[in-house]
Write a protein that binds this ligand. Structure first.
Ligand code: BGC
Length: 367
C-alpha cells in the first residue's frame, strides 16, 4: 500500500515537472521573477525552529525550495525559531501578502490551530507538514509513518542490546516534546516493542521522561539526573539525534559511551558520526526530499485550486476527522548502512567524513 503511494507521489511530481517545462519559461533559476506572471498563487511555509533538529535549518528549506523552484512556483519559507508569537506573526504576514496556500510545522497544536483557522477564514488552503495539528483541520497532512519510526527505534535498541548480550538491562526513555503529536506517535511505536520486554521481565523499565520542546540542553540535564538516580541504565531510547547526542555527551563524561546503546532519529551529521564512533547504536533516516516533494506537489495543486486525491489518511484523535495524508516509510540506520544515507545524497561524504571520521568512513564503506 505504501509502495503504491510512493508511485502516486512520484507520478504527481512528474506531472508537475512537465507542466513547468511546458510553461516554456526559461527563468528556472531566476528566482521569483520567472513566476510572477504565473496564475499559480504563492505558497507560504513556516518551519518551527533551528535548535531541535538539524533538518529545520538546512534539509527541509533546501528540499522545499528546490521542489517549488523546479515547478516555477513562488514560495516564502520562514522559520519561527521556537517562538510561538513569532510563528503567528509570520503567518499573519504571509496571509496578508496573499499566499494561496499555507504549510506549517506547528510548535504546538493550540497555536497551530489558531494559525490554520485564520488562514481558512482568509480563504487560504492549509497543509500540516510533518506534524499533525490536533483539531486543526488542515486539508492535507504530509509526514512519515511516525509509529513506524518509533518501532524502528524500539527494534534498534533491542538489536543493539542483544548484540551486547545485555541481561535484564534497565532501559531509560527520553521522549520528544509533549506538545508534538509526533512524539506521542514515536512513543507509541517504541513502547509497542519495549513494553512486552518489560512485561516478560527481559528488560527492566527505567526512567521515562519527555523533553519540553525537544530542547537538547534540557535533555542533557534530564539524562544526567536519570543516571544519578539509576546508575545501572544499560540502554537509552532517545527520540531523535539531538536528544541522543545529549545522552552521548553525558555518557562520555561518565566513561560509559559505547557501553550503553543509544537510539536517535533524523540521520543528522552528528548522529551518523556518533554511530560511526560506536557511541550511538542507530538512527532513523527519513528521506526529507521525498517529504518535501510530496508536500510541494500537494501545495501546488491547492494553489491551482485543484484537490488531488491521496490514498492514505490519519485520524485526528481530537476532532475524530480523517485527514487525507501522505505517510512515507522510514529506514533504520546502523553502522553498516550509514553509507546508504550518503548514497541517497542526504548527507555528503565531505560533511560526514571530517577529521577522525575519515578513517571510520573508509572502514564502513562510505564513499
Ligand atoms: C520531527 C523530527 C524532529 C523533531 C524535533 C519531530 O516532529 O518529526 O524529525 O527530530 O520533531 O524537531
Amino acid at each position: 500500500m505504501r509502495k503504491g503511494m510512493f508511485a502516486l507521489a512520484a507520478a504527481g511530481l512528474l506531472a508537475t515537472g512537465s507542466m513547468a517545462a511546458c510553461g516554456g519559461d526559461s527563468g528556472d533559476d531566476a528566482g521569483n521573477s520567472g513566476t510572477s506572471g504565473s496564475s499559480i498563487g504563492k505558497v507560504g511555509v513556516i518551519l518551527p525552529d533551528t535548535a531541535s533538529s538539524q533538518r529545520w535549518g538546512s534539509d527541509d528549506p533546501k528540499f522545499l525550495k528546490a521542489a517549488f523552484d523546479a515547478a516555477g512556483v513562488q514560495v516564502d519559507i520562514q522559520n519561527a525559531q521556537g517562538d510561538k508569537s513569532q510563528f503567528q506573526t509570520i503567518a499573519d504576514g504571509m496571509i496578508s501578502s496573499g499566499v494561496k496556500v499555507l504549510m506549517i510545522v506547528n510548535l504546538d497544536s493550540g497555536t497551530g490551530k489558531a494559525v490554520l483557522d485564520k488562514a481558512k477564514s482568509a480563504g487560504v488552503a492549509t497543509i500540516d507538514y510533518d506534524r499533525l495539528t490536533l483539531n486543526g483541520g488542515a486539508q492535507y497532512y504530509v509526514s512519515f509513518d511516525n509509529v513506524a519510526v518509533g518501532k524502528l527505534q524500539g527494534e534498534g535498541l533491542v538489536k543493539c542490546l542483544t548484540d551486547m548480550k545485555a541481561t535484564k538491562p534497565v532501559v531509560a526513555e527520553l521522549n520528544g516534546s509533549p506538545t508534538d503529536n509526533n512524539a506521542t506517535l514515536f512513543k507509541e511505536g517504541y513502547d509497542s516493542v519495549l513494553k512486552p520486554k518489560y512485561d516478560s521481565g527481559d528488560y527492566v523499565k527505567g526512567p521515562d521522561q519527555s523533553v519540553p520542546d525537544w530542547d537538547n540542553a534540557q535533555a542533557g540535564t534530564i539524562f544526567e539526573q536519570m543516571l544519578t538516580q539509576k546508575k545501572d541504565i544499560k540502554g537509552v531510547l532517545a527520540a531523535n539525534d539531538g536528544l541522543g547526542n545529549a545522552v552521548v555527551s553525558v555518557l562520555k563524561k561518565n566513561k560509559l559511551n559505547g557501553k550503553v546503546p543509544v537510539t536517535g532519529q533524523d540521520a543528522t551529521v552528528q548522529g551518523l558520526q556518533n554511530i560511526l564512533a560506536g557511541d550511538q547504536c542507530m538512527t532513523v533516516y527519513k528521506a526529507i526530499k521525498q517529504e518535501a516533494d510530496a508536500a510541494a506537489d500537494l501545495a501546488i495543486s491547492l494553489a491551482k485550486g485543484e484537490k488531488k486525491s491521496v490514498t492514505q489518511s490519519i485520524k485526528d484523535p481530537e476532532s475524530g476527522q480523517d485527514v487525507p495524508s501522505v505517510l512515507l516509510t522510514p529506514k533504520a540506520i546502523y553502522k553498516e548502512n550509514v553509507k546508504d544515507v550518503v548514497a541517497d545524497g542526504f548527507v555528503t561524504k565531505d560533511q560526514l567524513c571530517t577529521g577522525d571520521f575519515a578513517k571510520l568512513c573508509t572502514d564502513n564503506g562510505v564513499s
